[in-house]
Design a protein around this ligand. Sequence first.
Ligand code: AMP
Length: 210
Amino acid sequence: MRLVLVGPPGAGKGTQAVFLAEHYSIPHISTGDIFRANLKAGTPLGQEAKGFMDRGELVPDSVTNAMVKDRLTHDDVANGFLLDGFPRNVVQAEVLRAILAEQKSPLDAVLELNIADSEIIERLSSRLTCRGCGAPAPASAQKCDSCGGELYQREDDKAEVIARRLEVYNEQTAPIIAFYRGEGLLITISATGAVSEITERATTALSRIS
Ligand code: AMP
């Protein structure tokens, strides 16, 4: 299964990606996680991305596309992958299509998580993230449910940056929905409700294509 997960920040892409990657036994490739790991390790890539991430802007396409192109050459993607947070604009979507056409392994589906703006703001401003594994956690959690790691609030989950991230999503990322609808790949599900309900909705919708 070669799958892209798309939806505004706070729609629950990271949470659903973990379950779906396990369900289909495919690697979860999150460009945000790769950037954060590089930031933590102090690599040149992390330093390049930091300013954009802190402001809620997209890291330039040249940097992001090269990083994804490299990641998609690793052996573990032979049986598929779940891309979370990429593509985030139409140029990236076109680059992804070209990379996969070259590998003769086109996408199977693009799953859109649909959610109202009001709910996004509430979710993001009360979200914590694990310093160890990057998993999201609710504000009430004391430690990470998956690995027991320490929780913190992401710089870009602070109120002033959330507004910009939503603007960036609506201006730059939302157009990929029409792009993928045109390719006949788009599946939209509601991202409201319990995590397990949303996973069930996703696997049911995806079972119709395979
Ligand atoms: P995320 O964890 O997916 O919310 O991503 C966090 C931040 O990483 C974003 O706000 C961007 O600054 C950067 N980022 C992640 N994915 C991309 C991408 N595909 N293109 C450009 N920037 C990205």
